[in-house]
Design a binder for this molecule. Structure first.
Ligand SMILES: [Mn+2]
Length: 319
């Protein structure tokens, strides 16, 4: 039962109120969206009301999941405020962006997350870096609360788990992750459809953009670091978060970096590591964060300035 800190307190939090706001971090990913949708369904099962408001537009790759249409995008000013808020998959409170405006003064917060470096901003902090994903944590919360796991919930949780573990490839996936996944598979979920939407189903423009990033591929420090970039003009279709993984395909590369010029001279950086380098430490140097093997940050400057700063920071972490 005591799989996670504050699990009992999280149960109490969900039982002792009737109306909840559910939210997650900017650029909400599969774990964030799957987790919000699953928890919404579970709260409905308990006879409660749950509203999902995300800081940005919900990623259309998850539109096949039950409840996706009900996801709202935060506005400024907020249309309403909530007294009970669950923040999922989010290490710092300020990463929910405009959703801050939906939190009533004095509201109670449940922080449900698996990121190292979570600031513990909640009144209840169900935070465990032992879990592959927020969705894995919600699976075990469902079990602890003895709620029913239907096919909709199972699909939402499975989508989040495969997103965060890259289809069970990363060391984030542990035996507990496979135990959870096995239970979800027993609900009769459509594995090919879910994986096809999460990892496939890209638009023509997104695939062309992958090509442009790969075209910019360069190697540094004895071919151990790969960099790619996309110019402002090339960034057409959302944030191509997964493109950075192409850099790790090169044999011998330990760290891959993708520089995305969101606005002229404003870059969003994605960092990935294959083995020993902790890229969350590199991201933290520039005000970002994330996981040991996947992290990100924002930087300003010309492409050369930003790339040089990043490379010298990465060099410090290469052994
Ligand atoms: Mn996650």
């Amino acid at each position: 039962m005591a799989r996670y800190p504050d699990l009992q307190a999280a149960r109490g939090f969900l039982r002792n109120a009737d109306t909840f706001l559910l939210t997650s971090h900017l650029n909400s990913d599969g774990d964030a969206i799957g987790g919000c949708l699953a928890l919404r369904g579970l709260l409905h099962q308990m006879g409660k009301t749950a509203t999902i408001v995300l800081p940005g537009p919900p990623d259309r790759h998850y539109d096949f999941l039950d409840g996706w249409m009900a996801i709202r995008q935060a506005r400024n000013p907020a249309e309403e405020q909530f007294d009970h808020v669950v923040i999922i998959d989010c290490p710092q409170r300020d990463r929910i962006g405009l959703v801050q405006g939906y939190i009533a003064p004095g509201a109670r917060l449940l922080n449900l997350d698996h990121h190292p470096g979570n600031s513990g901003f909640g009144h209840v902090n169900m935070v465990s870096t032992e879990a592959s994903s927020a969705c894995e944590m919600i699976y075990y919360l469902v079990r602890a609360m003895e709620l029913d796991l239907d096919t909709h919930t199972a699909s939402q949780l499975y989508a989040g788990i495969i997103f965060d573990t890259g289809g069970f490839r990363y060391s984030l996936a542990r035996a507990s992750t496979f135990d959870a996944a096995a239970a979800l598979v027993r609900q009769g979920i459509d594995l090919e459809r879910i994986a096809g939407r999460v990892f496939g189903s890209r638009t023509f423009e997104e695939v062309k953009q992958l090509g442009q990033a790969i075209h910019s591929l360069a190697l540094h420090f004895d071919d151990r670091v790969a960099t790619m970039h996309l110019t402002h003009a090339q960034l057409r279709s959302g944030d191509p978060e997964e493109v950075v993984n192409a850099g790790l395909l090169v044999e011998g590369v330990e760290v891959a970096v993708l520089l995305k010029e969101h606005e002229p001279d404003h870059y969003r950086i994605s960092l990935r590591s294959k083995n020993s380098v902790d890229v969350s430490e590199v991201a933290a140097l520039f005000g970002g964060g994330g996981h040991t093997k996947a992290s990100g940050c924002h930087m300003q400057g010309t492409l050369e300035q930003v790339r040089n700063k990043l490379l010298s920071a990465i060099r410090q972490h290469l052994e």
